[in-house]
Structure formats: structure tokens, C-alpha cells
Write a protein that binds this ligand. Structure first.
Ligand SMILES: Nc1ncnc2c1ncn2[C@@H]1O[C@H](COP(=O)(O)OP(=O)(O)OP(=O)(O)O)[C@@H](O)[C@H]1O
Length: 346
């Protein structure tokens, strides 16, 4: 790709021409050029990209008034791929004084939030207050937008995710993402979809390891029993809810330490939503989860921690209140939280 193929990196929630092309392709033909930015999360950085060893520098100058210490450089160095995907323990994710801009538009202001290891943290708040932007900062997707800038720190178990010596591929592998709209590779088989992240990151695994990984990832995503007899059927043939669980399995296959979910049920029917919520509940003890949701009942059902984001008119989004979900819903400390969780606005 030329200079990281900014076309392919462009952040969009829509199907791109590249993805449409990808639908026609087999797993063996799939390359980075045929993936959307959403496919390009940690597990989808290609070996070719890793070999390219290039540096992309985000806007060197931040908008006036922004805190110091940004302009992160992405350096991807060639490296011999690991033979197996290393397994990690549970990790705490901590944002410190995170601010974000799109050009001169200041969208988040000094957000500090701890997302505890092995718990589900729900990000709630009205449309446009910066929840998705914050989520994308947590796995270094924000910086894929050409006009984007950010300040502050994101620490994964105390280690700076934006440390220039840290490979962005590793950061995105450690912190996986599941998007609003299920985005499996439709023409790839279910098995190939689960393994897509491995193959595209150049991780080698033998047939037995792969079979085990496919099974364990699908079990963890709550899909195994439904697809065990048709692993070679196309991913695009599954229902919407099954496709979303396939995407969860794909994200889990690279053993992320944190799983980010951006309104993962908003395109699903109530039954599929319930199944995904059960899956989230089962995963919570295995991987730290951060979920954006507009559904207050869902936030209350699936999360142990909750953060309420709000952007007052013309001002960037801030966290008004955060803490134990039960407490925030039953005895919110801020009247704006109370109004929001009780459905009086938003
Ligand atoms: N790629 C982008 N380029 C420019 N501005 C953007 C971009 N993405 C988001 N924004 C702006 O940043 C602000 C925060 O958007 P964001 O999507 O993070 O909010 P949100 O709380 O997740 O909203 P929603 O709940 O509707 O998804 C909005 O004003 C939005 O218009």
C-alpha cells in the first residue's frame, strides 16, 4: 500500500468498494487492499504492512489550547511472526486526561477513566458526545482519520499504548474491536473468518492448533454449537446475530487483552441481542470489555462499571460521572446523569 494506503485506512461504518470486492474473493486472495478500516483492527494488519517499515506521523501541531505531548508516530517494523499467539492475563485499561480533535473540532476534553480488568465497562451518553471516538482512541483507530489529533495517555496494565516504541499492530492486537454492524468476510468460510486475523498478521499455526483455535474462539463467542457442522460454509450465510458472534470469535482468536464493542447489538433483533449479552457475560471473566451502548437496560444488564459522557452545546464531550453501574443507575450523583439514565433526555 502507498503510505499505509490511506484509502483503506479511512474510517467508515459503511461497506466500501474494497469490502464489496472482498465479498467476491476467497480467503487465499484476500489482501489488505480489500479490507475496510474496520477490518483493519489489530488482527488485520498484514504481514506486508509489517514488512513495509514505514512511519506515519499524525498532525505535528495540535489545535491551540490542547495539552502537550501528542503527535504520535506509528512505526511498524519487520519482524519474524510468532509461531503461536501468546496468551495473556486480564488487563486493566486506563485513560488519563484524554482529549481528541477532528481538525479544529474539539470533541473530547480530558477524559480520565479506569476500565478494570475482567469487568465490563459501559460507555453511555447522548449521540455525538464522543463515546465512539473515545473507544477508537483505546485501540489506536482514532489516529487513522487524517484530521484526527489526541492528547493524554492510554495505559494497558500501566504501559502506554501510544509509546512510540510500541508497534501499533501489537496495540490493536491487544485491544480488539467489534463494530456496530457485523462485518465478517461474507465469501470466506466460517473457519477462515475466525482465522483471518492470524493469517493476516502472519501468525503461523499448524492444522491442529488452528482447529483448536477455531473451536475455542467459537465456543467463547457462543457460536460453536450452531456452526460446528458447517465450518466450511460462507460466513455471509449466517444470520445477523450469528455474524456478530462470528466477528466476536474472529476478534477473540488473536487473544486480545481487551475487547471493545461499539453498539454491538444495535443492528440485531431482541433474540440475537439477548444471546450477545449472554456471550458478553460469559466473556467478562476472560477479557476486559468496554462497550458503547444507547440501551440503558443493556448497560445495566451487562456492565459492572459505567461512564456517562456528555457534550454540552458547543463544548467537547466530558465524563460527567462514572463508577459502579448499579450505583449510577439507582443513586446517580449528578442530576444530569439522573436525567439521562431515567430517560428524561438523550
Ligand atoms: N471521522 C470524523 N471526522 C470528523 N468528525 C467526526 C468524525 N467522527 C466523529 N466526528 C465528530 O466527533 C463528535 C463525536 O462523535 P462520536 O461518534 O464519537 O460520538 P458518539 O457519542 O459515539 O455518537 P453516537 O452515539 O451517535 O454514535 C461528533 O461531533 C462527530 O460529528
Amino acid at each position: 500500500m502507498s503510505e499505509f494506503d490511506e484509502e483503506a485506512w479511512a474510517v467508515t461504518d459503511q461497506m466500501t468498494a474494497e469490502q464489496a470486492t472482498a465479498e467476491q474473493m476467497t480467503a487465499g486472495q484476500m489482501t489488505a487492499e480489500h479490507m475496510t478500516a474496520e477490518h483493519m483492527t489489530a488482527e488485520h494488519m498484514t504481514a506486508e504492512q509489517a514488512a513495509a517499515d514505514r512511519t506515519v506521523v499524525l498532525p505535528a501541531v495540535l489545535p491551540p489550547g490542547s495539552p502537550a505531548g501528542v503527535a504520535h508516530a506509528l512505526t511498524v517494523s519487520p519482524r519474524t511472526p510468532p509461531a503461536v499467539v501468546p496468551s495473556h492475563g486480564l488487563a486493566e485499561l486506563r485513560a488519563r486526561e484524554v482529549s481528541a480533535w477532528f481538525g479544529s473540532h474539539h470533541v473530547l476534553d480530558r477524559v480520565s477513566l479506569t476500565m478494570p480488568a475482567g469487568q465490563v465497562t459501559a460507555l453511555i451518553g447522548p449521540s455525538g458526545c464522543g463515546k465512539s471516538t473515545f473507544l477508537r482512541i483505546l485501540n489506536r483507530m482514532h489516529e487513522l482519520v487524517p484530521s484526527a489529533a489526541l492528547a493524554g495517555e492510554v495505559l494497558l496494565d500501566g504501559h502506554d499504548l501510544y509509546d512510540p516504541s510500541r508497534r501499533v499492530t501489537q496495540a490493536r492486537r491487544d485491544v480488539g474491536m467489534v463494530f456496530q454492524k457485523p462485518n465478517p468476510f461474507p465469501a470466506m468460510s466460517i473457519r477462515e473468518n475466525v482465522l483471518a486475523g492470524l493469517r493476516l498478521t502472519g501468525v503461523r499455526a499448524g492444522a491442529a492448533d488452528k482447529a483448536m483455535l477455531v473451536e475455542s474462539s467459537l465456543i467463547r463467542a457462543g457460536l460453536w454449537r450452531e456452526v460446528r457442522d458447517r465450518l466450511d460454509a460462507p460466513g455471509g450465510g449466517l444470520s445477523g446475530g450469528q455474524q456478530q458472534r462470528l466477528c466476536i470469535a474472529r476478534a477473540l482468536a488473536v487473544r486480545p487483552r481487551v475487547l471493545l464493542m461499539d453498539e454491538p447489538c444495535s443492528a440485531l433483533d431482541p433474540t440475537s441481542t439477548r444471546v450477545i449479552e449472554e456471550t458478553i457475560g460469559e466473556l467478562a471473566s476472560q477479557v476486559t470489555i468496554v462497550i458503547v451502548t444507547h440501551n440503558m437496560q443493556q448497560a445495566a444488564r451487562v456492565s459492572q462499571q459505567c461512564a456517562f459522557f456528555l457534550a454540552s452545546q458547543g463544548l467537547p464531550g466530558v465524563v460527567v460521572e462514572h463508577g459502579d453501574t448499579g450505583a449510577m443507575f439507582s443513586v446517580p450523583q449528578d442530576e444530569r446523569t439522573e436525567a439521562y439514565v431515567s430517560g428524561r433526555f438523550g
